[in-house]
Design a protein around this ligand. Structure first.
Ligand SMILES: Nc1nc2c(ncn2[C@@H]2O[C@H](COP(=O)(O)OP(=O)(O)OP(=O)(O)O)[C@@H](O)[C@H]2O)c(=O)[nH]1
Ligand SMILES: [Mg+2]
Length: 316
């Protein structure tokens, strides 16, 4: 199918077109990505982008599932992108996620997709932000990205979401771990899940105590802390409202616009660097690089001057 037809169908709300568009984004060559993103981009910028991250097993998928239901109750259409940055292929964990998310399988206002990461920068794949664009263009009001917090992933999720939710469970020393890993700075909303277990109040207290560490947090937002029992659907409405409140604050304070420009800057950087790398790869084994390398080795030119010459020739 021609990309333009695919995009037309996606914009008309065809789910199969949406699924195919995501596959193209995930597997696509640079040319295909360029084409599809070019057509979709004018139709994006409306969705509320929510990132959910946290250590393995804290209940992110259960929370996501419940949040989907809570936003549906508010009559909002919701899409989920479950990203597994730990595996280059969709593994067992994601299969489990899919099964749990079967709750919503008959609901037209819900779309759920797993995406394996290609390990871009050791975290979320390059396909993730593009996948968000596709779901945004498809008209979902809320788009959730769920990813396991392993190192870089939290920071990356914060760079693509409007609101970043950091989920933790009591009794795992998670609050202190989070502080060490610099997660306090990326969290807009904390969720202490598994509040049916001992130590939830203590984790909440630890987070409160550590909040002064995050005082430099963007523009005066103090991250809110919510207790939930996702497995029993408790505290979910409050969590949803907390996420919505952060997004409303962002919009009012001008922070949303700032985040959008920051995101655009990151994308621009990635795409431009990628293009330069590809241009370089095309000439790397060619005569010009050979000749310049020989001249550097022969001390006829210094390597910086030679690189300037090479870059100038790439531009033309
Ligand atoms: N006791 C209790 N268990 C919960 C709660 N929420 C989720 N669980 C259980 O915790 C386990 C892990 O939940 P998931 O939702 O798969 O956690 P996750 O963070 O998505 O896990 P990964 O994707 O593997 O990192 C499951 O057995 C859930 O049923 C809760 O509020 N209380
Ligand atoms: Mg999960």
């Amino acid at each position: 199918m021609e990309t333009s037809e695919l995009v037309d169908r996606l914009l008309a709300g065809e789910r199969r077109a949406l699924a195919r568009a995501l596959t193209r984004v995930e597997d696509g060559s640079e040319d295909r990505l360029r084409e599809i993103i070019g057509l979709l981009h004018p139709h994006t910028g409306k969705a509320q982008l929510v990132g959910i991250t946290g250590s393995p097993g804290v209940g992110k998928s259960t929370l996501t599932n419940e949040l989907v239901a809570a936003w549906r109750q508010a009559d909002r259409r919701v899409a989920v992108l479950a990203v597994d940055p730990s595996s280059p292929f969709s593994g067992g964990a994601l299969l489990g996620d899919r099964v749990r998310m079967q709750d919503h399988v008959l609901d037209d206002g819900v779309f759920i997709r797993s995406m394996a990461s290609r390990g871009h920068l050791g975290g979320l794949s390059w396909a993730t932000p593009q996948g968000l664009l596709v779901l945004d263009a498809a008209g979902f009001d809320v788009v959730i990205v769920e990813t396991v917090g392993v190192g870089q992933a939290e920071v990356e999720i914060a760079s693509i979401a409007d609101t970043t939710v950091v989920a933790m469970a009591p009794g795992m020393g998670d609050a202190i771990q989070a502080a060490k890993a610099g997660i306090l700075e990326v969290a807009d909303v904390f969720c202490v899940n598994k509040a049916d277990r001992e130590g939830a109040d203590r984790t909440v207290r630890e987070l409160r105590d550590m909040q002064h560490l995050a005082e430099h947090h963007e523009g005066g937002w103090t991250p809110t802390i919510h207790k939930t029992v996702a497995a029993a659907g408790e505290g979910i409405t409050e969590l949803r409202d907390g996420i919505d409140a952060h997004r409303a604050w962002l919009a009012d304070s001008g922070g949303l616009e700032r985040r959008r420009v920051d995101r655009a800057r990151l994308q621009l950087r990635e795409i431009a660097l990628g293009a330069i790398r590809r241009r370089f790869a095309q000439v790397e084994d060619g005569q010009a690089v050979d000749r310049l390398s020989q001249r550097i080795a022969a001390r006829e030119v210094d390597p910086y001057t030679a690189a300037d010459e090479l870059l100038a020739s790439l531009e033309s």
